[in-house]
Write a protein that binds this ligand. Sequence first.
Ligand code: ZN
Length: 141
Amino acid sequence: MSLSFEVVAAVEELLAEGRHSQREIALKVGVSRGSVANIFHGRRAPLPEDLANPLHRPIAKCPACGCRVTLPCQACRARRYQEDLLAGKREPPALRETPGAFGEHLTAAELARLEEVRRAKIPPALYRPLHALCEESKDAA
Ligand SMILES: [Zn+2]
C-alpha cells in the first residue's frame, strides 16, 4: 500500500523536528514503524511530482529493446514513430511556417551541406529535397 502525500509529508515533518522516535511518529500519524523507517531512509514510493521529472524516475529495463532507461523508453518511442511514418500509419509533421524553413537564408554552400545532412539522417523512403518541400508547401497554400 502506498501512503498519501499528506501522510508522507507529516512523517517527514516529524522526523525533521527530531523530537520523536520513529515509534512515536508511527503511533501519532497512524502508519507502521516500517513505513516511518522507509521514509526516514528515503525508501518511500516516488510521489507523482517525482515521476513528472524524468531525472527522478527509476531506471528500468525497457521491455521492448532491453536497454536500461527511464521508462517510457524514448528510443523505442522514436523508433515506433519512424516505423509508423514509413508504414503510412501516421502523417508527417506539418512544416513550420517560419521564414527560412526551406533554407532560403543560407548560402549555396550551407544549403548543400544541410541537404547532405538531411539525406544522411532522413530514411530514404521519406527523404525529399528542401526545394521539393518548398514547392509542395506553396501548392498546399
Ligand atoms: Zn526501448
